[in-house]
Design a protein around this ligand. Structure first.
Ligand SMILES: [Zn+2]
Ligand SMILES: [Zn+2]
Length: 352
């Protein structure tokens, strides 16, 4: 089969490789669609988490590895002991690879597993024609949801999870910083949980229409407006009660604190390449609350259910559809130069 292997910094190679062999408790999936995630882009320009010098602590695997963790497809083979899944099932999957034994796994917070690994980082991922995954990662795609739409369930689950951690957002004014797929997942989750109004801020306005379509009430292009002043006007001076920081740089973290009102909750979802300076005194004097969120547990099921019941055109979040052969030129290099213009680049691997 064809697969895209991560070999090193900006070195991703599409090569022929044997199809993976199904194991007990696992299924083999023929992949229809795969999505390029922000973490994949970080690895492409990295390494960040990909094991290069010593093998992954859970799987024992080391680079070169097939990158990618967002996919949808059909089961083509089931391993020994698998009874809940059958050949032909349409599925998507979580990326979490877990030990199943630590206190976090036992308490259900598998995304915090002591030995957490991830598809495409700790073992071969989905930028390939086939993947073998454990059944605990699987989610059934409802009959009326296309596999193209279902490839978005994984990133959208991040916003559902973080919103669950925040608790009650109903009736609140919410600000989201960063209109990429994670920011948009937060817009959608906050609106579904009854937020009064959601404002989203970004550089330029390429993603404005998509953010509005997913529920944003207001869009601010920070190249044209001062965000803090804008939020002040938007809230009549009250400022935001909930802020999601979905970029991961110093200025956006600072803005997240500065647009928040006293006792606000600030949810950090950005991945920081450098530790930011933090306006600690302003944060402290208002009894503000800092929260963070890591991926998801099983919130893909909630997203898939919404996709099946709603007419929201989730598939419009795909800003470009490419082939596996062109994953470097049309996918990763495009994101390296024009990241702000994309929400999700998706790879069509097979017609299923
Ligand atoms: Zn992802
Ligand atoms: Zn564990």
């Amino acid at each position: 089969m064809k697969a895209a292997f991560w070999y090193g910094h900006r070195d991703l190679r599409v090569m022929d490789t044997p199809e993976p062999v199904v194991k007990p408790g696992h299924v083999k999936v023929k992949i229809a669609w795969a999505g390029i995630c922000g973490t994949d882009r970080h690895e492409y320009n990295g390494p960040v988490f990909i094991p290069v010098t010593k093998p992954n602590h859970l799987t024992g695997k080391i680079a070169p590895l097939i990158l990618g963790h967002e996919f949808s497809g059909k089961i083509v083979e089931v391993g020994e002991g698998v009874s809940d899944w059958k050949v032909g099932d349409r599925i998507t999957a979580s990326g979490n690879l877990v030990c199943g034994e630590c206190e976090w796994c036992k308490s259900g917070r598998v995304n915090l597993c002591e030995r957490l690994a991830f598809n495409g980082i700790g073992q071969d991922g989905c930028f390939a024609e086939y993947i073998v995954v454990p059944t605990y990662q699987l989610f059934k795609v409802p009959d009326n949801v296309s596999l193209e739409k279902a490839v978005l369930a994984e990133p959208l689950a991040c916003g559902v999870h973080s919103t669950k951690l925040i608790g009650d957002v109903s009736g609140k004014d919410v600000v989201v910083i960063g209109p990429g797929i994670i920011g948009i997942s937060c817009v959608s989750a906050a609106k579904h949980n009854g937020a009064k109004r959601v404002l989203i801020a970004g550089v330029g306005n390429s993603n404005e229409a998509r953010a509005r379509c997913m529920g944003a009430d207001e869009y601010v292009d920070v190249t044209k407006h001062d965000l803090v002043q804008y939020v002040k006007n938007w809230t009549n001076g009250r400022m935001a009660e909930v802020v999601y920081e979905c970029v991961g740089i110093e200025s956006t973290m600072e803005n997240a604190v500065n647009v928040s009102r006293k006792a606000a909750q600030i949810m950090v979802m950005g991945v920081y390449e450098k530790p930011p300076k933090f306006p600690m005194n302003y944060f402290q004097e208002g009894e503000r609350i800092l929260l963070s969120s890591q991926a998801y547990v099983d919130e893909l099921a909630i997203v898939l259910d919404r996709m099946s019941k709603e007419t929201t055109p989730y598939e419009d979040l795909i800003t470009r559809r490419i082939s596996l052969d062109r994953i470097v030129e049309d996918g990763f290099e495009e994101l390296m130069s024009n990241n702000n213009q994309h929400v999700k680049i998706a790879i069509k691997i097979a017609d299923l």
